[in-house]
Design a protein around this ligand. Structure first.
Ligand code: GAL
Length: 416
């Protein structure tokens, strides 16, 4: 047996042993929320369930963006031993539903009237074939630029609004020996930056054409060449040790002032809040360059898997708790997100949360609300992976932009 297979089997058996000791009133949840701010947010859910006499069986699979979690989940389902619930991004909800692997949450969704309190963008993933298959926990915005206010003040800089301004402030920081951009070289993090650049340089309509519709003309356009040009410039603004760094360690560099900026979704705010630093004051949040007026969105869902009847009540309770008004607010305050429910006001949120709520409403009205590729809200997993590969290869080599554009077109064609 080869090593990878053997490793996978060991994980699988360990997971099976764990789940067979579960009580019927336990709910086993597979997720990738292992960073400090994420774990703290998850605790809000664990406590809520505890108060309802439901035990939490933790199945964490570390790795931002959820790629490793997805591999473990596939193995569990293939072995006929799915967890009661798993954290999924939108397109993954669709893919699992198409496989017929998800349980039906409609009973609780109808009772709690989810239909009336969720936006259409979220419902298009949570409902499949007329059935509710997943409960959204929150909404995150990946197109944020986080700025260390002290670093900027000390160096007489103002937050950049455009990529041109970004390049200019980043160069000034670099000249002073400060790492301009805290970044972790992992494919999903590279893709998070790529998303921002495509949206910034192309605008929401271009993003939709290229990334959602995979329009060959948009993918092969001059704008896309410029996107890769900008990615190359950004590559010059990260430190030498960026490769493989976890996103939360990059956020720690930003908080400590070891770097001036980070392009990251607002789960970074979970780390900021936990470090007792004030978002909007000590760490500023501005839309990623040139993306003001547009909103890239993602939601984390918990989907229920098809489990035995005795595990169903705990699974349904989990879904009901996730969608309760109190939970949605309490969770997002810790996680850095905004509630998925539209009937929760901004009062308790900080400046960045308030801005997110306002911006998403406006973007929805103006048709500039777009699902993020990097975070599973735009493409099937195979197309997503194909684009990640090109973006990461380009970022880590001297590949000219024209070559990257051609590679992007080919990879997308092959993966479609
Ligand atoms: C995203 C997820 C976020 C966040 C991030 C880093 O895919 O939706 O909630 O935790 O990964 O792990």
């Amino acid at each position: 047996m080869n090593k990878i297979l053997a490793g996978g089997m060991t994980t699988l058996f360990a997971a099976m042993a764990l789940s067979s000791s579960a009580l019927a009133s336990d709910v086993e949840v597979l997720h990738w929320w292992t960073a400090g701010g994420e774990a703290a947010a998850l605790n809000v859910l664990k406590e809520d369930l505890k108060s309802k006499d439901i035990g939490w069986q933790d199945m964490p699979v570390a790795g931002g963006g959820g790629e490793a979690a997805s591999t473990t989940l596939k193995a569990r389902v293939a072995a006929g031993n799915p967890p009661a619930a798993a954290q999924l991004l939108g397109m993954a909800v669709r893919e699992w539903a198409a496989e017929g692997a998800l349980g039906d949450l409609s009973e609780v969704a109808k009772k709690d009237n989810w239909d009336a309190v969720l936006p259409g963008s979220v419902k298009q993933f949570a409902i499949n074939d007329g059935k509710w298959v997943a409960a959204p926990v929150e909404i995150h915005r990946p197109n944020w630029l986080w700025i260390n206010a002290k670093v900027f003040k000390d160096n007489g800089l103002t937050p950049p609004k455009t990529w041109e301004e970004f390049n200019s402030v980043a160069q000034k920081l670099k000249d002073k020996g400060i790492t301009p951009l805290a970044h972790g070289g992992q494919p999903w993090q590279d893709a998070t930056v790529f998303d921002d650049v495509v949206l910034g340089l192309g605008g929401a309509d271009f993003y939709r054409k290229a990334i959602h519709e995979l329009d060959p003309e948009a993918l092969g356009s001059d704008t896309m060449t410029k996107v890769f040009d900008q990615m190359r410039v950004i590559r010059g603004f990260v430190d030498d040790n960026f490769s493989g760094r976890d996103w939360n360690l990059a956020t720690a560099m930003l908080i400590k002032g070891e770097a001036g900026m980070q392009l990251m979704g607002d789960w970074a705010k979970g780390e900021i809040v936990r470090a007792k630093v004030v978002p909007g004051e000590d760490i500023l949040c501005v839309p990623a360059p040139d993306t003001e007026g547009s909103f890239l969105w993602i939601a984390d869902f918990f989907a229920g898997y098809d489990v035995s009847d005795e595990k169903r009540p705990a699974q349904l309770q989990l879904a009901s708790s996730i969608m309760s008004k109190d939970f949605q607010e309490a969770f997002s305050l810790v996680k850095g997100s905004i509630p998925a429910r539209t009937d929760i006001g901004p009062d308790k949120f900080d400046a960045c949360g308030k801005r997110s709520m306002k911006d998403i409403a406006e973007a929805d009205k103006n048709n500039t609300l777009v699902g993020s590729l990097a975070h599973g809200t735009a493409q099937t997993s195979s197309v997503q992976r194909a684009i990640f590969d090109v973006v990461t290869q380009h970022f880590n080599s001297d590949m000219p932009s024209e070559v990257a554009v051609a590679a992007l077109q080919n990879a997308v064609e092959a993966a479609k």
